[in-house]
Design a protein around this ligand. Structure first.
Ligand SMILES: [Zn+2]
Length: 94
C-alpha cells in the first residue's frame, strides 16, 4: 500500500490539493484496519463530506482504490518473481 506521502502526492496530482487530513485519518496505525473496512465506505464517505466537503469524500474512496491497486501490483510482481525463479530452477528461459 502507498505511504501517506505517496497518497498525498497522488491527491496533489489528481486534484491540486493534498488532502493530508484524509490520508492521515485512513492510515492511523491504531485504527487502520477498521478505517479500510469496505463495508463502511458509505458511513465514512458521509463523515468526510460533512467535515471537509464532497471532494474530500471522493479522495477517501480514491485512497481505498489506490491501496487496492497497490496490493494487486505487488501481487503481480510477486507472482512474476515466483515464475522466474521456478523457470530458472528448471533451466528454462522466458
Ligand atoms: Zn490506506
Amino acid at each position: 500500500m502507498p505511504t501517506i506521502e505517496k497518497h498525498v502526492e497522488i491527491s496533489l496530482q489528481r486534484t491540486g490539493k493534498p488532502y493530508l487530513e484524509v490520508h492521515e485519518w485512513m492510515d492511523d496505525p491504531r485504527n487502520k484496519t477498521e478505517r479500510h473496512d469496505i463495508t463502511r465506505v458509505l458511513e465514512f464517505s458521509r463523515m468526510f463530506e460533512e467535515k471537509y466537503g464532497e471532494a474530500a469524500a471522493r479522495e477517501y474512496v480514491q485512497h481505498l482504490a489506490d491501496d487496492l491497486n497497490g496490493k494487486f501490483s505487488h501481487l503481480v510482481e510477486d507472482v512474476q518473481k515466483l515464475v522466474d525463479n521456478t523457470l530458472a530452477y528448471f533451466g528454462a528461459k522466458k
